[in-house]
Design a protein around this ligand. Structure first.
Ligand SMILES: *[C@@H]1O[C@H](CO)[C@@H](O)[C@H](O)[C@H]1NC(C)=O
Ligand SMILES: *[C@@H]1O[C@H](CO)[C@@H](O)[C@H](O)[C@H]1NC(C)=O
Ligand SMILES: *[C@@H]1O[C@H](CO)[C@@H](O)[C@H](O)[C@H]1NC(C)=O
Ligand SMILES: *[C@@H]1O[C@H](CO)[C@@H](O)[C@H](O)[C@H]1NC(C)=O
Ligand SMILES: *[C@@H]1O[C@H](CO)[C@@H](O)[C@H](O)[C@H]1NC(C)=O
Ligand SMILES: *[C@@H]1O[C@H](CO)[C@@H](O)[C@H](O)[C@H]1NC(C)=O
Length: 502
């Protein structure tokens, strides 16, 4: 058994990360009741290993005409029209070095690539309510693909491209899509990309066509056959390249039977199994904030992670799991009346990052980098939302090895631990940058002490939040109460080597 850390506070919950990082985030507005709990960290072995670039965000295809519940939240945030000359955007991505960016979403299965083989005129998406997802098919001109790649290169992003998986299939009125994938257009698009020497980290097949599907659905055995086709195409086109891009699929909601069959039948033709998370229901839900604040909702999310982890463990595949897209509430999230939603998202997002890592998920793609009501960046101003800083904090502080962590006391404190990244110095710069941001206050408290018993806490709290910190060292052991303010996040760094991190 590892060390014990005392957490006290008003009423809250927490995320704890690392040993050397412990992060704590608090949730409920306080009454007077102070709650006490204990985090148990078992530093003997690691229970998971996340990618160094675990943080990922998405860019989508939705045109400005995409509206939900009377709000049109996409503006010019589509891959087709995003302002690539915006410096805030560039720097926001650069800050991660690298950020994984997954290009995709519902309309990806309606995109034609305007390569030489395309005989149709290259037209944009047009609103048409009788069409699946409310739009006609759209087309990606190659000059736009060139611009996007120039931008990705400059920003140092690692790109995952979601391919259209519907060509060649018949879509029936019950939503089932039958027939094999016609990959002619995808193949020439990949060839074009390779010929131009554009760097693609992974090619992903399809969006939300697994299980019951969202707009349409494809049977698992057909999807496995199509994924094997993609694998062969990529092997062929990248025949002169030593490191091949990852083959990723199916990018849909988790469905245990479907995923099991798919994984068994794709064999080693797939590197990454992606699943999407939208378990908060529609963005129109009036009770969204209460849901996010309800620990049992948060705990319910563990079932998906556990289910997929079990399937991967029990099958012969070497594939790993990613969250390919997670927006919480579907239909573009929810337009916040107050800031409440944005604040609450912060806790949910960090909780999910912690939970995903605890189930050995290698990468977590947040819907979205920009666009909808759930962007890390504001759609019109490009200014970072609070979750952007959560992502940065994670990126700068958290290493790869995940440590078993258990919290007792209250369900409203969430705790996770990972080994720390070595380069915490870089992070200092970010902290200073944060101070300019008016919604959040960042505080760093260094504690005097020898090398082995110093702890550093990073408290991330709303500006008007009530913040109290107390620290205590006992005989050089980490037995230190951390005061956690309501609705706040604490990352605590223990420069203390445990076996899982050595
Ligand atoms: C919308 O799509 C339907 C079916 O694809 C088509 O018949 C109709 O003409 C389209 N409407 C417009 C306004 O383009
Ligand atoms: C596949 O799609 C291409 C257009 O991209 C078309 O020319 C070709 O005929 C299709 N192949 C089959 C077998 O339908
Ligand atoms: C292709 O890109 C890689 C890095 O992305 C670079 O090292 C290489 O020189 C490029 N090759 C050509 C022919 O431009
Ligand atoms: C790669 O494929 C191309 C086109 O099929 C072929 O011309 C080339 O010789 C191949 N290279 C290798 C190393 O196999
Ligand atoms: C983006 O910023 C503008 C201007 O500050 C604000 O009016 C808008 O509500 C913000 N959008 C979101 C989705 O937060
Ligand atoms: C953090 O950055 C500030 C401003 O750049 C600097 O004054 C301070 O010494 C730095 N602290 C550490 C621990 O590097």
């Amino acid at each position: 058994m590892g060390s014990q850390i005392w957490l006290r506070g008003l009423c809250f919950w927490v995320c704890i990360f690392t040993c050397s990082f412990v992060s704590v985030s608090s949730q409920t507005v306080a009454g007077d009741g102070s709650v006490e709990g204990t985090v148990f960290i078992d530093g003997k072995t690691s229970i998971g290993k996340i990618d160094e670039d675990f943080i990922c965000a998405t860019l989508d295809w939705w045109p400005p005409e995409k509206c939900d519940y009377g709000t049109c939240s996409w503006d010019h945030a589509s891959l087709i029209n995003l302002d690539l000359s915006n410096n805030i955007l560039l720097n926001a991505i650069k800050a991660f070095s690298p950020l994984k960016i997954r290009l995709g979403g519902s309309l990806q299965d309606k995109v034609i690539y305007d390569t030489d083989d395309n005989k149709e005129p290259c037209k944009q998406f047009v609103k048409n309510t009788t069409e699946m997802f409310g739009f006609t098919q759209g087309c990606l001109p190659m000059h736009r693909w060139d611009e996007l790649n120039a931008f990705f290169k400059k920003s140092g992003a690692k790109i995952i491209f979601g391919l259209n998986a519907l060509p060649g299939r018949s879509i029936h009125s019950d939503g089932s899509a039958t027939g094999a994938w016609n990959y002619t257009n995808a193949k020439s698009f990949i060839s074009y990309t390779v010929k131009k020497n554009y760097s693609i980290h992974g090619w992903e097949l399809g969006n939300e066509l697994s299980g019951k599907g969202v707009g349409a659905r494809i049977a698992a055995n057909q999807y496995a056959a199509d994924t094997i086709s993609l694998y062969k195409i990529v092997q062929h086109i990248y025949n002169e390249t030593e490191t091949k891009p990852l083959i990723i699929a199916p990018g849909g909601l988790f469905d245990a039977n479907w995923f099991k069959e798919f994984i068994d039948k794709t064999g080693n033709s797939v590197d990454v199994i992606t699943h999407h998370i939208y378990n908060l229901g529609p963005g129109s839900d009036e009770h969204l904030v209460e849901k996010i604040l309800n620990p049992s909702y948060l705990d319910g999310e563990a079932n998906t992670f556990r289910g997929l982890q079990n399937i991967l463990k029990s099958s012969a595949t070497s594939a790993t799991a990613w969250v390919g897209e997670a927006g919480g509430a579907y239909n573009s999230g929810r337009n916040h009346v107050s800031n409440a939603f944005v604040y609450m998202m912060l806790h949910r997002y960090l909780d999910q990052l912690g939970m995903a890592s605890a189930y050995d998920t290698k990468t977590y793609c947040r819907q979205s980098l920009i666009g909808g009501n759930y962007g890390l960046l504001n759609t019109t101003t490009f200014v970072p939302n609070p979750d952007y800083y959560s992502a940065i904090l994670w990126n700068r502080l958290m290493g790869s090895n995940v440590i078993s962590t258990y919290f007792t006391g209250t369900k409203k404190i969430r705790a996770y631990a990972l080994c720390a990244k070595e380069s915490v110095a870089l992070f200092n710069r970010t902290l200073h940058h944060q101070k300019k941001h008016n919604r959040w206050k960042f505080l760093k408290r260094g504690i005097q002490g020898s090398e082995s018993n110093t702890r550093e806490d990073y408290h991330l709290t709303a500006k008007d939040g009530n913040l109290q910190i107390q620290t205590m060292l006992l005989n050089g052991n980490i037995l230190t109460p951390i005061m956690v303010a309501p609705f706040s996040v604490v990352f605590a760094h223990f420069p203390y080597v445990v076996p899982a991190c050595s």
